[in-house]
Write a protein that binds this ligand. Structure first.
Ligand code: TRP
Length: 334
């Protein structure tokens, strides 16, 4: 198998922009992992059609996602950055894996249960049901060792492990059994209006979500209006002071300083001081991030070129894996 360990992850282009939680909870780790691993990062557009969506919007969101991943520091010289639908082997492997996945096994996926309950199970699509099998294919087609994801995706990575082991057992050693690489809690960012729920593009109100496309004024205002806790002293305690803990986490993440160091800086000051200072910091951050993203989005031909090169690199691994899988499955060679 691969000499350098492989890391793989994807983030759905479900909104018009990724947000600060995606950046600190995922992309910063992806960028750091590029130093140590052979990295594959992709935009799972095939996953995005499992719920109602608008085609023109999906296309635009896919470009925005690519530009934002590049702006975040994904380096196309070192990592394969690509769009899932450009590599047909994902869908082809998903079909094979579907044959060894139990109906009940797929039905136990909690994300499917949550999402289908929300839309009413009659309107939930078959694609939403088989979504985790496609995700397993995304991972296994690259023989990935590590999959950086949030806690909510752990069960899906577990399914990928089970399917890899099952296939290997029935048809002979074929797949690397991947491991979830769960992001550390310190980088986890919560909603500014509801600091016990994680920051998420699907949260009802956007007042607590800092989009990476926000203007500095919008971002600073969201920080200044963040919900804080009773009391007035600034210290870190997720249980009794989730609002302040969240602000301290964001401050620490943005400045690469320890929480203790940030707490010490604000000793004796009011919540308002922290919110204003952080509002300025986040404002500066989104200003710079937005400039880089707009520059990348301004040259679609260059973005297309980067994504095409990423897909070529991805297929160098995906094609031989699928070939081996087809051989092991008993398909006659074409
Ligand atoms: N399901 C993931 C999410 O919603 C996105 C995803 C699709 C993914 N395929 C993947 C993540 C493979 C890691 C590996 O966040």
């Amino acid at each position: 198998m691969a000499s350098t360990s492989r890391v793989l992850s994807g983030a759905q282009p479900t909104a018009d922009s990724y947000h600060l939680g995606n950046y600190f909870g995922a992309f910063k780790q992806w960028v750091a992992l590029q130093d140590e691993f052979e990295a594959f990062y992709f935009i799972p557009d095939l996953h995005s059609i499992t719920v109602e969506y608008d085609p023109a919007q999906l296309r635009e969101r896919t470009y925005i996602a690519a530009a934002q991943l590049l702006a975040a520091g994904v380096d196309p010289e070192r990592s394969a950055l690509f769009v899932q639908s450009h590599v047909p082997e994902h869908a082809q492997l998903a079909w094979v894996l579907g044959g060894i996945t139990g109906f009940g096994e797929a039905g136990r996926m909690t994300q499917f249960k949550d999402k289908s309950a929300r839309s009413g199970s009659d309107s939930a699509s078959v694609g939403l049901f088989t979504y985790p099998i496609l995700m397993a294919a995304d991972i296994l087609i690259y023989q990935a060792d590590k999959v950086p994801v949030g806690e909510d995706q752990r069960q899906h990575v577990e399914l990928a492990r089970n399917l890899a082991q099952r296939f290997n057992h029935r048809f002979g050693e074929t797949f690397t059994v991947p491991e979830a690489h769960i992001v550390k809690a310190t980088a986890k960012i919560y909603d500014l209006q509801d600091p016990v729920s994680k920051m998420s593009g699907s949260n009802q109100s956007h007042a607590g979500v800092v989009d990476l496309t926000d203007t500095p004024q919008q971002a600073a205002k969201k920080l200044r209006s963040a919900v804080t806790d009773s009391g007035s002293e600034i210290f870190y305690d997720r249980e009794t002071k989730p609002g302040i803990a969240n602000l301290l986490t964001i401050f620490s993440a943005l400045t690469d300083r320890s929480i203790d160091d940030v707490v010490a800086e604000f000793e004796g000051q009011q919540y308002g001081h922290l919110k204003v200072a952080l509002g300025d910091l986040v404002g500066d951050f989104v200003a710079a991030f937005g400039d880089r993203t707009r520059e990348l989005l301004g040259d679609r031909a260059e973005l297309d070129r980067i994504l095409a090169a990423g897909a070529v690199r991805a297929r160098e691994v995906a094609v031989p894996t699928l070939q081996l899988v087809y051989e092991r499955s008993g398909f006659v060679a074409p």
